[in-house]
Design a protein around this ligand. Sequence first.
Ligand code: 5GP
Length: 222
Amino acid sequence: MSGIDRRSFPVVLAAPSGTGKTTLARALVDRFDDFEFSVSVTTRPPRGTEADGVDYHFVDGREFERMMDHGELAEWAEVHGHLYGTPRAELDAAARRKEYVILDIDVQGALQVRRSTPEAVLVFVLPPSVDTLLERLQGRGTEDAAHVARRLQSAMEELQHATDFDHVVVNDDFQRCLGEIRGIVEGEALRTHRAPGLRQQAEELRAGIARVLRNEYANANG
Ligand code: 5GP
């Protein structure tokens, strides 16, 4: 960004499971150099090829509790029987690097970020239809009916909070959706409260104009 110093901020993506938000979050980080992924802590055991420190920081219940008690989490929630949380250190490190950190978290967590981290921008991702949501949830193959039903139940609850978010996108066309999220971040980055030097810069311009008025327009009327 040229001409003025701007603060970066966390970008929270939340959506009912099966909306494709993890794929969106990964694609944003792959495509844009100034986006990075927030690695959460969780008490859930690793799945498949998941690696510690990459997909999650895998911790036990005691360590999770210790982090909570020490105020090391910007938010946390219990999702499908496991604890998940965002380390404040992830957000602070991204802010120092002036990068936009993407939080791929559940709706309860997103609403906590709103309170704990007011500079964050909250984006709700809507599935295009019930059929697509169902297709994605069933398409995972490994999920039994009870599992799918549980996720549909959560989706119903999460959709109630869509209006509490700052922005909404629909994941019907993946590329368009990515572009829209990028657009949201670019627009938010231009807000005056994210430019810590704005007052001083405006004052310097005013001082410059005052000099010109004194030196060159002292005798002009009106
Ligand atoms: P999974 O176990 O399938 O990776 O994630 C299950 C759910 O937990 C997803 O909805 C995911 O977005 C959410 N989740 C992952 N990390 C966090 C986190 O740090 N905080 C919260 N609140 N939710 C998380």
